[in-house]
Ligand binder design. Structure first.
Ligand code: HEC
Ligand code: HEC
Ligand code: HEC
Ligand code: HEC
Length: 142
């Protein structure tokens, strides 16, 4: 019966979406199973999706309008992590090279998960400390 749920679940023949339901055009079984309506599991396919976060991050944290549209708080950095997390960036913790101390910008590290090596000096030829993949979406903090 995949894909045909809404032929019955339209609020007349059988239980339909409550009025305050997450606004979506997708079929019920993209998110629900026949067992109950309370558990919701959606597999994102959009290339803009950053990957699953910890379970404390719910749909509405990212879909603030209760619709399938996403709230990109820092649209200039979409679809990178910084598109939602630019204000979590602490420049002083992201040194780029020494002699003199110079720091990465949020724009340079906008994917949060890439390389952020510390170099010896401004020529950036010698890595003093190798760093990569420091942050993952499932981490409990940055
Ligand atoms: C032929 C009509 C029909 C189709 C198609 C159908 N259902 Fe139902 N479903 C019902 C009826 C009737 C009930 C029980 C009365 C009600 O909940 O309105 C029900 C109940 C449910 C319940 C509540 C279960 C419970 O025990 O609380 C869920 C969840 C559900 N259906 C999900 C789905 C999903 C998901 C699909 C699509 C894969 C689907 N249904 C397809 C008719 C249908
Ligand atoms: C894109 C995902 C998505 C689709 C598609 C979807 N829903 Fe939902 N649904 C949700 C979310 C999210 C909730 C809120 C769950 C919560 O409150 O914990 C929800 C909640 C519900 C609830 C209330 C559950 C409760 O008792 O709190 C019902 C009933 C429901 N959906 C019915 C439907 C029906 C009928 C369809 C298809 C016509 C449908 N949904 C399609 C995501 C979806
Ligand atoms: C960490 C943030 C985040 C969380 C949590 C999240 N989403 Fe999304 N969602 C996204 C992003 C990013 C997109 C893609 C938006 C774009 O393309 O601009 C998206 C897209 C969608 C779409 C559109 C279809 C698609 O695949 O692109 C639906 C439907 C959706 N999400 C439902 C949900 C539901 C239901 C939940 C909770 C079970 C949820 N999302 C949780 C970030 C999130
Ligand atoms: C569409 C928006 C969105 C995108 C893109 C996104 N996140 Fe998140 N993320 C959130 C939201 C919302 C939360 C929960 C609230 C918060 O802490 O800001 C969160 C929480 C987190 C947390 C837990 C933070 C804490 O202090 O509790 C980490 C770690 C995290 N995200 C990492 C990432 C990484 C790494 C990426 C890129 C691969 C990413 N996120 C992309 C929306 C997003």
């Amino acid at each position: 019966m995949n894909g045909s749920c809404s032929s019955c679940h339209n609020g007349t023949t059988a239980t339909g979406k409550p009025a305050n339901h997450f606004a979506t055009t997708l079929q019920c079984d993209e998110c629900h199973t026949i067992n109950n309506w309370t558990s919701v599991d959606f597999n994102h396919s959009s290339p803009s999706y950053p990957g699953d976060h910890s379970s404390s991050v719910t749909c509405l944290h990212c879909h603030q309008g209760n619709t399938q549209t996403v709230t990109w708080i820092f649209g200039a950095y979409k679809p990178d992590c910084a598109g939602c997390h630019a204000d979590d960036f602490e420049p002083n913790n992201h040194k780029k090279y020494e002699n003199p101390d110079t720091f990465y910008s949020v724009s340079e590290l906008r994917d949060c998960s890439g390389a952020c090596h510390l170099y010896e000096d401004s020529s950036m030829t010698t890595i003093k400390k190798s760093q990569r993949g420091e942050h993952q979406p499932r981490d409990s903090s940055f």
